[in-house]
Design a protein around this ligand. Structure first.
Ligand SMILES: Nc1ncnc2c1ncn2[C@@H]1O[C@H](COP(=O)(O)OP(=O)(O)OP(=O)(O)O)[C@@H](O)[C@H]1O
Ligand SMILES: [Mg+2]
Length: 396
């Protein structure tokens, strides 16, 4: 037995559906296949009824078909195979397949054709067809795996962003409430002590005053930390107020004027939208601070055709195309990812020496791609996403 040109199918028995009315021709086919070293099992059929039954129940690996049959014809068989089992290779084995018919058969989806007068081509054709079909199914499986893992990554991203925000909210609340209250208690006790210190004990008086100052400074620091973790204003007064507040913070810290115009009147109540826009805005401001070399920032926030659109424009050096498309840029990637998860999109444009504009649009009504886990905050029993009470008036 000569070795098969490629070994991977040799061991496994190949189920062949043979559409052939001529018994002698069927035997010749089998002979050629055996001579070629193929391990196979043939179901021979002649009529359409038998053919369809075998197609559906027999689950063949390969179809070999004569072209002209008294009760049925090869092209009809091909059409049926393409309809019912499009992945199974179909080879015409025909006595009379003219050049035009041969081309036509390939156009209609046949894998190959072999003339009965040249049956030595049959086994190589079978090997090639099976190899291609294996490769196709492997590719399909790989694509499916890739799609699944992409979906899982997406769900994981949503989940991670959600838990991160939840964690920040909780820590902000605890830091503010617990530490803040203890320090306020200490300050009151200290005031009590100070009022009882003898007036002539100047050193003790000074020490106590300095302690009181330190406590005040620590309370301020705690407020700042809580606010940086998650500003209470975002949950208490809404997105527009939070954007204005953040712009103001930026201006105070950098000295770069940051002007906000907004026509959004109603407070946006959607927690996910609020968080997404706010974190995106923070990242664009951080980028401006770090990279832009700008002297002015203009922010606009509007509702256009059922979408919320945030535009942040600076007059700095201008982001380059290469920087926009750099796949290692985590900041811009995060912006796109956050917007994308809520069905929105991002455009980043830079003009050399004139500045950079980042535009983010997210639909107001949307079907969530992945729901975050529904649960109550286990630490306080407050519903999830509820604001820390920290900093309802962060400017004060
Ligand atoms: N407003 C801007 N003006 C000019 N260049 C910018 C601006 N924003 C971003 N860039 C450029 O685009 C690059 C990518 O920004 P991105 O936020 O993705 O990354 P990064 O800020 O460098 O790092 P990080 O991951 O910490 O955010 C920056 O490194 C910077 O070169
Ligand atoms: Mg960045």
């Amino acid at each position: 037995m000569p070795p098969a040109p490629d070994g991977h199918r040799v061991k496994k028995e190949i189920r062949i559906l043979l559409l052939e009315d001529d018994l002698a021709d069927a035997e010749l086919n089998k002979h050629a296949l055996r001579e070629g070293g193929l391990n196979f099992n043939i179901a021979r059929v002649e009529t359409r009824l038998e053919y369809v039954e075998q197609l559906e129940r027999g689950k063949p690996d390969l179809i070999l078909s004569d072209n002209t049959l008294p009760a049925f014809d090869g092209f009809a068989a091909l059409a049926l195979a393409k309809e019912k089992t499009p992945d199974i290779p179909f080879i015409f084995v025909s006595g009379t397949l003219g050049e035009e018919m041969a081309i036509e058969s390939l156009k209609r989806g046949a894998t190959d054709y072999v003339l009965k007068t040249r049956l030595s081509r049959l086994v190589p054709a079978v090997h090639r067809a099976l190899r291609e079909s294996d490769e196709r199914s492997e590719r399909k499986r790989a694509e499916e795996r890739l799609r699944e893992s992409n979906e899982q990554l997406r769900a994981l991203t949503v989940y991670l962003q959600y838990v991160r925000e939840e964690e920040r909210t909780r820590i902000a609340r605890e830091v503010h409430d617990e530490l803040g209250q203890s320090l306020t208690g200490m300050k009151m006790d200290l005031a009590w002590l100070m009022s009882r210190l003898p007036k002539d004990q100047k050193t003790l008086q000074a020490k106590a005053a300095s302690m009181s100052g330190l406590i005040d400074a620590t309370i301020q620091t705690i407020r700042r930390i809580a606010t940086e973790l998650r500003p209470g204003i975002l949950d208490d007064l809404g997105l527009v107020a939070a954007i204005e507040w953040q712009a103001n913070e930026f201006q105070t810290r950098t000295g770069i004027p940051c002007v906000v115009t907004s026509s959004v009147n109603d407070p946006i109540l959607d927690q996910d939208l609020n968080t997404a826009f706010f974190r995106i805005f923070q990242e664009t401001l951080t980028n401006i601070m770090r990279h832009a070399n700008a002297t002015r920032v203009e922010v606009s926030f509007h509702q256009v055709n059922g979408r919320l659109v945030l535009e942040v424009k600076d007059n700095g050096r201008g982001i380059t195309e290469a920087e926009i498309h750099n796949t290692r840029s985590i900041g811009l990637l995060g912006i796109r990812e956050r917007a994308g998860l809520l069905g929105g999109e991002v455009s980043v444009r830079g003009e050399d020496g004139k500045g950079t504009t980042v535009t983010v649009g997210i639909p107001l009504a949307r079907s969530k791609k992945t729901e975050p886990p529904e649960h109550e905050d286990s630490h306080s029993g407050r519903p999830r996403g509820r604001a820390p009470r920290a900093e309802t008036n962060p400017r004060g």
